[in-house]
Ligand binder design. Structure first.
Ligand code: AMP
Length: 424
C-alpha cells in the first residue's frame, strides 16, 4: 500500500464515528447544563505561546511538539494542549469584559510526538473546561465534581480521584530550594535527564518515567505539601471540604505535580484501572498566573482536560453507549421513470426529517433487497416503471415482515406513519 496513516494517528471508521458523535453530544449537554460555553481555537499557534506557558523543560515542550517554520519564517506549533490557546483567546478577545468569571469548554484534537502505544497517540482528542476569573476553592471542586459527574453518568464506576496542592508560586519557589538541597547529594543516582533538570527545573523530576528515579524521589524528596503557606493550606483544605460536600471521593497524592509548568495550588488526576498502563483519563489543576504570564490582567483560573480516546477505551469495555437508532427507508428502484419518481420522493421525505437512501447501482431488485437488508432498513419502498404507471408503490415493513400497496400521493404520509409505529 502506497499511503498509510502516520504512526500514532487513527482513522475513525463509520461504525466507530457514531460513538464519537454520541459522546461529544453527551459531554456538550452536561457542560451546557453547567453553563460552560463552547469555544474553538486554531490548530496551530505561535510556538512561543506553548514554550512560555507549558515550560521549556517539560516533556511536552522539550520532546513532543510538532513545530515548523512557515514560508514567512514564523515559528508555529500544532497545539499540544488547549489551555494555553484558550487563554490566548480569552486575552485577545477581552472575554473578561463579558463577565468577571467565565466558563469555557472545548472538544478538539491535539498533537504530541510521543511513543505511540495503547491509550497514547500522536494526534488525539481532549475535551476540557476552564473556569477563568476566580481564585476560590469551590471552583476547583466544581471542575472535579463536574468531570466525575460526566464519567458517572456515562456508567463508569471504577474511578480514583487523586488530589494534591503544589502551592502558590511563592511557596513553590521555597519548596524548590528545599528540594534542591535534599536531592543535591544524590544527584548522580538520577538519570541524565533528571540530572539536567535538577539544574533547570527541578520540579520536572517528578515526571520522570524511570522507576529508579521515582524510588529516589520517594526516599529523598520532601513532600511539597509540607512547604505550603498558611493560605495555600487553607485553600487546599477548602477544596477538599467542597469535594466532600459534593460527594466526590478522593485521595491525596503527595507526588502529583502534573507535567506542565503553569499549575499553582490544586493539581488532580482521575484514573481508571480499566485503562492499563496509561491509566489517567483526565488531569487538571489551578493556574493562577497563566493569564498574566501571557500578557493579560492578573486572573486566577482552574481547568481540566480529558483524553477522549482513553475515555472511549473505557466505554468500549463497559459497553454503555447505546446502539445507533437507524430508521432507514430504502428505495429499491427499477426503470427510468421509477428512478425519477423515487428521487423526487427521496428528496421530499428527507425534508421531513427521515433518513432515506436510494439504490445507486441500478442492480436487480433481488440485490437491491439484499442491500436493504444489509443496511438494516426499516422500510423498503419498491418502485418500478409498471407501478408508477399504475400509481402504486409497494411499501415493505422489514421489521414487521408485512407489505402493502400505497399510492404515490400517500407514500410520504404512510412512511411517516409506519416509522412512528416501528419499535426501536
Ligand atoms: P495532559 O494534557 O498531559 O494533562 O493530559 C490530559 C489527558 O489527556 C490525559 O489524562 C490523557 O487522558 C490524555 N492524553 C494525554 N496525552 C495523550 C496521548 N498522547 N494520547 C492520548 N491521550 C492523551
Amino acid at each position: 500500500m502506497k499511503y498509510k496513516r502516520i504512526k500514532g494517528t487513527r482513522d475513525i471508521l463509520p461504525e466507530e464515528s457514531w460513538k464519537w458523535q454520541y459522546l461529544e453530544q453527551f459531554i456538550t449537554k452536561i457542560l451546557e447544563q453547567n453553563n460552560y460555553n463552547l469555544v474553538r481555537t486554531p490548530v496551530f499557534e505561535m510556538t512561543d505561546l506553548f514554550t512560555r506557558s507549558i515550560g521549556e523543560e517539560t516533556d511536552v515542550v522539550s520532546k513532543e511538539m510538532y513545530s515548523f517554520t512557515d514560508k514567512s519564517g514564523k515559528n508555529l506549533t500544532l497545539r499540544p494542549e488547549l489551555t494555553a490557546p484558550v487563554i490566548r483567546m480569552y486575552i485577545q478577545n477581552n472575554l473578561n469584559q463579558i463577565s468577571p468569571v467565565i466558563k469555557l469548554f472545548y472538544i478538539d484534537s491535539l498533537f504530541r510526538q510521543e511513543r505511540p502505544q495503547k491509550g497514547r497517540y500522536r494526534q488525539f482528542h481532549q475535551f476540557g473546561f476552564e473556569i477563568i476569573g476566580t481564585p476560590h476553592p469551590e471552583s476547583d471542586a466544581e471542575v472535579i465534581q463536574t468531570m466525575v459527574a460526566i464519567y458517572t453518568k456515562l456508567g463508569i464506576r471504577d474511578l480514583k480521584v487523586k488530589l494534591n496542592s503544589i502551592g502558590s508560586r511563592d511557596s513553590r519557589n521555597k519548596y524548590l530550594e528545599t528540594l534542591q538541597s535534599a536531592l543535591e547529594q544524590h544527584k548522580t543516582k538520577f538519570c541524565s535527564t533528571c540530572q539536567d533538570r535538577m539544574e533547570k527545573n527541578i520540579l520536572r523530576l517528578f515526571d520522570c518515567k524511570s522507576q529508579s528515579c521515582q524510588d529516589l524521589l520517594d526516599e529523598f524528596a520532601p513532600p511539597i505539601i509540607d512547604s505550603l503557606s498558611v493560605e495555600d493550606r487553607e485553600h487546599f483544605t477548602q477544596v477538599q471540604n467542597f469535594l466532600k460536600i459534593s460527594g466526590v471521593d478522593f485521595e491525596v497524592d503527595k507526588k502529583l505535580v502534573r507535567g506542565l509548568d503553569y499549575y499553582t495550588r490544586t493539581t488532580f488526576e482521575i484514573t481508571s484501572s480499566l485503562l492499563g498502563a496509561q491509566d489517567a483519563i483526565c488531569g487538571g489543576g489551578r493556574y493562577d498566573h497563566l493569564v498574566e504570564d501571557l500578557g493579560g490582567q492578573p486572573t486566577p483560573a482552574v481547568g481540566v482536560a480529558c483524553g477522549m480516546e482513553r475515555l472511549m477505551l473505557i466505554l468500549d469495555q463497559i459497553d454503555t453507549i447505546p446502539a445507533r437508532k437507524n430508521k432507514l427507508v430504502y428505495f429499491a428502484v427499477l426503470g427510468e421513470n421509477a428512478r425519477e419518481k423515487a428521487f423526487e420522493i427521496l428528496c421530499k421525505i428527507r425534508n421531513r426529517g427521515v433518513t432515506a437512501e436510494m439504490d445507486f447501482m441500478r442492480r436487480s431488485l433481488k440485490s437491491q433487497m439484499r442491500n436493504a437488508g444489509k443496511k438494516e432498513a426499516h422500510l423498503v419502498a419498491i418502485i418500478g416503471d409498471n407501478e408508477i404507471e399504475e400509481n402504486r408503490i409497494i411499501l415493505k415493513n422489514m421489521k414487521l415482515g408485512k407489505q402493502q400497496e400505497v399510492t404515490v400521493e400517500n407514500i410520504i404520509n404512510e412512511i411517516l406513519k409506519q416509522l412512528n409505529e416501528v419499535e426501536v
